[in-house]
Design a binder for this molecule. Structure first.
Ligand SMILES: NC(=O)c1ccc[n+]([C@@H]2O[C@H](COP(=O)([O-])OP(=O)(O)OC[C@H]3O[C@@H](n4cnc5c(N)ncnc54)[C@H](OP(=O)(O)O)[C@@H]3O)[C@@H](O)[C@H]2O)c1
Length: 229
């Protein structure tokens, strides 16, 4: 791994991933919305920045052309297929042998054994409808993005995050194949550790074409599971 693209580099997760990638000695090229370049601070000096929307196909093509790995923050903002447009552009233009790592939440299905409590499904459905009605975001488009990724023959990993929080690193998160696994019950991961998992996945071939659902290493459910394993 020498050169890494980060699509959505100006957000919180994007910035943590950029710092983690730089710490590992990778060159970083980042895409972020033009109005967000100011959020990068000193990072802007350390990485190459391509300003523009993350679903701008021309820009993504330029960003990922020479990358060995691409870290993509999938976000369902707006109602114009932002997440699926971003995913499709990365899938279309990344090098055939590149490692492609995408972020999303547990709400995105990814395994036949995924299990969601009925209350969660009802709340999610209501939120999806409300957000679409007020045209803020289209959560179904993030699900569509994942579907496009699963159907591709690229070397992808979709990392499904629990609820995130800020704070000091607790180490690399633990993961399960499916949502609903008891080890995930605490539903908390430090954002800095989510970023670490994403960057680590670039060089972990065991995660190719997998959809790990992650949780913080020091959460109660992870610790209980580790003890009983
Ligand atoms: N938040 C959680 O608890 C949680 C839980 C599970 C999984 N995740 C996943 O983690 C990843 C990062 O999410 P995050 O919540 O932690 O936020 P984040 O890292 O701050 O990222 C938010 C991203 O959305 C972009 N964005 C914000 N408003 C936008 C708009 N109107 N149009 C286009 N782009 C816009 C931001 O770009 P700018 O810098 O240009 O604003 C940034 O790249 C996502 O894939 C999310 O699904 C989050």
């Amino acid at each position: 791994m020498r050169r890494v693209g980060i699509i959505g580099v100006s957000g919180k997760l994007g910035q943590y991933m950029a710092r983690e990638a730089l710490d590992r000695g990778y060159e970083v090229v980042g895409v972020c919305r033009e109005q967000s370049t100011g959020k990068l601070g000193d990072l802007a000096e350390a990485i190459s920045v391509l300003p523009g929307d993350t679903n701008d196909r021309r820009l993504i093509r330029e960003a990922v052309a020479s990358c060995d790995g691409v870290l993509t923050v999938l976000v369902p903002w707006g109602t114009r297929h932002y997440a699926s447009g971003t995913a499709q552009a990365v899938l279309d233009y990344a090098r055939a042998d590149a490692r492609l790592i995408f972020s999303c939440g547990w709400h995105v299905p990814g395994h036949e054994k995924d299990h969601y409590p009925r209350t969660t499904l009802l709340a999610q459905s209501a939120m999806t409808k409300l957000m679409r009605a007020i045209r803020v975001m289209d959560i179904d488009d993030q699900v569509e993005a994942a579907r496009l990724i699963y159907a591709s023959d690229t070397r992808w990993t979709v990392v499904r995050g629990s609820t995130l929080e800020e704070g000091e690193s607790q180490g690399l998160p633990v993961w399960a194949d499916y949502v609903g696994h008891p080890k995930l019950a605490s539903d908390r991961t430090r954002r800095v550790d989510y970023a670490r998992f994403m960057v680590e996945a670039l060089t972990d071939d065991d995660l190719v074409r997998k959809t790990p659902a992650i949780v913080g290493r020091l959460t109660q459910s992870a610790l209980v599971h580790e003890k009983s394993a």
